[in-house]
Design a protein around this ligand. Sequence first.
Ligand code: R5P
Length: 277
Amino acid sequence: MIVSGSSSQSLSTVLATEMDESLAVVEYDRFADGEMIVRIPDADDRAIVVASTTTSDAHVELLQLQNVASRRADEVVTVLPYMGYARQDKSFDPEEPVTARAVARAISTGTDRVVTVNPHAEAVAEFFDVPCETIDASPRLAAPLADLTDPLFLAPDEGAIELASTVRDAYGDGETDYFEKNRISDTDVEIRPSDADSADRDVVLVDDIVATGSTMATAIEQLDAPRSVSVTCVHPVLARNAQLKLSAAGVDRLFGTDTVERTVSVVSAAPAIADRL
Ligand code: R5P
């Protein structure tokens, strides 16, 4: 039985069909003081809790779903299509927490295993106290791309070069390169141009996450007269005015997977998740 978090209802529906599993009709509610409460009316031997922790509320809701599921099922599998706080995987100051470790430990208390999609760093899997497997949904990002002219797949930083290569390989043609990025703050980045010539080419920028859009917008500024610019990512977080920022930067096409449910989430990560469950 698939037990969905409120932020992952579309993905859970596709996953239930893909796996031929029943889908619990979870109720999400709030008390007068604002505290959340969930109800799972159905029960089964195995509960697959699917919840992207895109907000702090989503974290609490996940713990609630796991709590009910673990009292009603023999096995609980937790799928984190998008693991929030995963980028806080290091502490640069003893005064600051390693939040990814803290949330991973909390999530571990209500499940037998965890499956997560393209975490920002693979090492995050080691923060869980139960087995955690990671899935790469990036090959699916090639599906909406068609008939590209002299394609150039660019990673906005060195860390995303593998993703750009994976999407290029899945598309079947094109060059890959990356920019050198220096992060100044959570909303500002500095990017140096790549060596690849972008003139008159269909450029596809690939990253794991687009959050504020600053990385992608700054990368696009470095391009020289491209024929078109597509931006794609596994997790389209699109915080604040990211979409406007990207449109103003000249993005022709923006899309991602449904690990984070936005209007641009045109590719489903469900088949890749189903393969692992
Ligand atoms: C960082 O290394 C990540 O891979 C992304 O590049 C980053 O999270 C994107 O954030 P933003 O859209 O806020 O620039």
